[in-house]
Design a binder for this molecule. Structure first.
Ligand code: PLP
Ligand code: COI
Length: 334
């Protein structure tokens, strides 16, 4: 299968938010038009990977208004990532207000309702300043960029093919559970290889035993068992996906199916009826097959999205675009 994903590309918008940290404190933060930054060539972000980021979306509702999905959760996860990389945190309310400002300033770039396109929001932080030794920077930049985007994979209708990577994405007690740039740098080479071989993306196994499914390159792995349960791996080295958290809640409380967080062995896929990758960019993308050790395992739902993953997709996107009631105050209307 040819990798799609050309819908997830950068289009310059009118404004982004930037804030500088110096002498132990953050400045006020401003909206600006320039989408470039000038930093010292000795910035820790460039040499030692002192960088972390978030990803969330703004959705256009049918009534024309714009809403965010679970922005507070992104703010909290961002703090967690900053702490892990010894960077100063951004207060949750400052993060949320800055995201709102960026979206409202770029209101005309939020795609129209109806095509599933959204405004992707990318907050990130980098260590900057003149540094040489391996230690945390003294200066930081917090920047929020945004861009209208389409589908990351090919959309929900057609399940994609994935292959298991020979490489590890993260170490057992490393940074796999935090959203830091270094994890993604390490996943690029395996991802390119997977795409060259015609797969949409690769799946990483647990780094300790290489027997269990752990993570998709930029998404969590989910599946529906043949007896109708929602299953997703539990691991110390995968990202605590906000999409997955939401799907688990919807599976349990709306579809009334059991939710299992447990090991998914790569050699025991026969008990799974449907599989998928979930995340802000991936939304809920069905996986039709997984290739491992020269064998291509097809899930029963490999030609079309399976019925339960379809229901979950409809539920989550229904809430995200404001068509369905928001049962948990996940949504912030701007
Ligand atoms: N796992 C990885 C490695 C990711 O990059 C992402 C994307 O953010 C996810 C999972 C999904 O997380 P979320 O649903 O919070 O976007
Ligand atoms: C997201 O889903 O927000 C991501 O971070 C995916 C990105 C790495 C493409």
């Amino acid at each position: 299968m040819e990798m799609k994903g050309k819908g997830f590309t950068y289009t310059k918008t009118a404004y982004n938010y930037i804030s500088f940290y110096k002498d132990g404190k953050w400045d006020e933060g401003i909206l600006r038009e320039d989408d470039k930054i000038t930093i010292s060539s000795l910035s820790t972000a460039l040499h030692y990977g002192q960088e972390c980021f978030e990803g969330l979306k703004a959705y256009r509702r049918k009534d024309g208004r714009i809403q965010l999905f679970r922005v507070e959760d992104n703010a909290k996860r961002f703090q967690f990532s900053c702490e892990r990389l010894a960077m100063p945190v951004i207060p949750v309310d400052v993060f949320i207000e800055a995201v709102k400002k960026v979206v409202l300033a770029n209101e005309k770039f939020v795609p129209l309702y109806g095509k599933m396109d959204t405004l992707y929001i990318r907050p990130f932080m980098i260590g900057v300043g003149d540094n040489l030794g391996l230690r945390p920077a003294k200066e930081y930049i917090f920047n929020i960029m945004c861009s209208p985007v389409g589908a990351y994979f090919d959309g929900p209708a057609k399940p994609v093919d994935m292959v298991v990577s020979d490489y590890d994405r993260a170490a057992p007690n490393g940074t796999g559970h935090v959203k830091v740039g270094g994890n993604y740098a390490a996943s690029l080479y395996p991802q390119i290889r997977a795409r060259k071989e015609g797969f949409a993306d690769c799946i990483f196994l647990d780094p300790r035993s290489h027997t269990k499914i752990e993570e998709v390159g930029a998404a969590n792995f989910i599946a529906i068992t043949k007896d109708g349960k929602y299953i997703t791996p539990r691991s110390q080295s995968i990202l605590d996906s906000i999409t997955n958290r939401s799907l688990k809640w919807l599976a349990k409380h709306v579809l009334h199916i059991d939710v299992l967080e447990q090991d998914v062995y790569i050699n025991e896929l026969d008990h799974l009826a449907e599989a998928g990758a979930c995340g802000t960019a991936a939304v809920v993308t069905p996986i039709g097959s997984i290739t491992f050790g020269g064998h291509k395992h097809f899930f029963p739902a490999h030609e079309h999205i399976g019925p339960t993953i379809k229901k979950l997709y409809d539920l989550i996107t229904g809430i995200q675009f404001g068509d369905l009631e928001d049962p948990n105050h996940w949504v912030t209307i701007l």
